[in-house]
Design a protein around this ligand. Structure first.
Ligand code: ZN
Length: 241
């Protein structure tokens, strides 16, 4: 078995759902993990098309467009493990996770570290495997999530936490908002060279995710805020945009 872990190929594919959601499918040639299945239909289609067994579901937060498909998937694949934030309440049986926890998915030989990133919701968590971050509705490409049952201060601190990860971390968020977010960012800073480059780069792309933390640090206005007050002002501006 020596070296197997390094040699096995892990793919991360987007499954599109609703208007602009991404449900992430992490898989090798047999087994798979699903992140935030808001809808079971497109997940089951993808699993059957690729002939994959589902072994685990990772939930980042409690919004319906992230958990709506869980019950149907649990019914179809009764042996799956479902992981979810400890600070939320769910109708389905789950393994609840808090900051610093580590989970292992043996079928894919993957470990995830749990990072609490509240703000969009108070219980929001991310799953981090040292290369990829599944961050739900917290950090978006060139933007960040709205504040629902969390606070601006929580979101500000969560973005700081993510900013401290290695720069080559791939950012897998849960919505395709990139072009709209770049348009907003350019409305604030029309001459920003990095933003103009990014706009050109994504102009012909349908799927712009994942991005990298390095790219976000260069172009994401929410990561450039140096005070909570500035962050609040920016979030309010975006909410009204
Ligand atoms: Zn959400």
């Amino acid at each position: 078995m020596t070296g197997y872990k390094e040699n096995q190929l892990i793919h991360i594919d987007p499954i599109e759902a609703f208007q602009d959601n991404y449900i992430w499918l992490i898989h090798n040639d047999q087994n798979s993990i699903i992140v935030d299945p808001g809808d079971a239909g497109p997940v089951i289609s993808a699993l059957e098309r690729k002939n994959l067994n589902l072994v685990a579901i990772l939930i980042t937060h409690h919004h319906a467009d992230h958990i709506g498909g869980v019950m149907a998937l649990q019914e179809k694949y009764p042996h799956i493990k479902i992981f979810a934030p400890q600070k939320d309440k769910y109708d389905f049986v789950n393994i609840s996770l808090k900051n610093g926890d580590e989970i292992n998915i043996p079928e894919l030989q993957i470990n995830y570290k749990i990072i609490e990133i509240p703000g969009h919701t108070r219980g929001h968590i991310a799953y981090y495997d040292k290369k990829n971050l599944f961050c739900g509705d917290t950090l978006f490409a060139c933007g960040c999530g709205k504040i629902f049952d969390g606070t601006h201060e929580q979101m500000y601190n969560s973005l700081k936490k993510i900013s401290a990860l290695p720069k080559d971390t791939k950012i897998y968020c849960a919505h395709e908002y990139t072009k709209k977010n770049i348009t907003f960012a350019l409305s604030l800073d029309p001459d920003d060279t990095n933003l103009k480059l990014r706009k050109a780069l994504v102009s012909n792309m349908k799927n712009t995710i994942p991005s990298s933390l390095e790219e976000e640090l260069k172009t994401n206005p929410f990561l450039k805020c140096t005070s909570l007050e500035a962050f609040k002002r920016l979030r309010d501006l975006k909410d009204q945009y």
